[in-house]
Design a protein around this ligand. Sequence first.
Ligand SMILES: Nc1ncnc2c1ncn2[C@@H]1O[C@H](COP(=O)(O)OP(=O)(O)OP(=O)(O)O)[C@@H](O)[C@H]1O
Length: 297
Amino acid sequence: MQNVFKQQLITLRRRKQLSQTALARKLYVSRQSISKWENGDAEPGIDKLVALAEIFGVTLDFLILDTEKPTDVILKIRNLKKAFTTPVLRGINLNLYGRERIALLGSNGAGKSTLAKIIYGKLKPDSGQIESFISNKDDLRVMPQENILIEDLKLAEHVQLTARLNKVYSPAFVTQMIKKFKLDKQSATSVSKLSGGQKRKLALLLSLLKPSKLLILDEPTVGMDLDAIDFFWNYLDHVSGSVLTITHDFNQIDQYFSRVLLLKNGKIAQDVSIDKIHSHNQTIEQWYRHFNATEAQ
Ligand SMILES: Nc1ncnc2c1ncn2[C@@H]1O[C@H](COP(=O)(O)OP(=O)(O)OP(=O)(O)O)[C@@H](O)[C@H]1O
């Protein structure tokens, strides 16, 4: 388990922004122990593994097993092509795995939303295959870029309706979620009267009512204020399934993501782990600027 565990430990600790010392304190061990675990020189006992899984909000399997083993593939995309007036996707090949945090990057018009829409079934590709190992109905949640809210409903009614449709309704749960998202003052406000940022928060809340194996977010924080953005990224950290996010919010990608995809000229030009980029002392923004500019046309 050692190689996988040490990598998971480093990734999860960084994502939580915990220093080795802070993590050691939580586990009642020395900082040197954490360092040894991360270097692969020693392994924690089962009690510490359980405590680590709890601290990071992940399962034991996730902590100690390779998530990229074939059984963990949730989606296989092969040679996917889509053209409108001109070709947009020219042959996308991609596997998505369980519990990944993926940032899908690319210039305006690169085809990110088109790819996302094909994955969640809103658009049909011209050719190519998507082999899905999850149920689109039960395991997939989406927060699209465009407003798909029902404008005539009041905010609380919308949450209740979606909770009922997802079979997770209870009055207490609905109230709690609205409060958590700091939308309680707008509970009785008609959706049509919400601000742009409040609508994005509501859309996010709706997409998170039920746990999913794959959550697709298309520019989720656009229009949100700074508090809402902070809340959003922290909340996302506690989502258990995989998250595929289209975002231009580079400050956050370094912190919350595990993998980055660069869509360019209709292909996945780069598919790299965040840790690999960091190990070259680069931020994601630096990496993106470099590869988005220099990838072959
Ligand atoms: N329904 C459509 N009909 C015609 N052209 C479309 C349609 N949807 C997207 N396109 C075109 O496909 C290309 C890719 O669009 P897409 O929205 O996927 O890009 P994107 O990478 O998500 O861009 P952005 O970062 O600006 O949101 C664009 O040139 C766009 O004009």
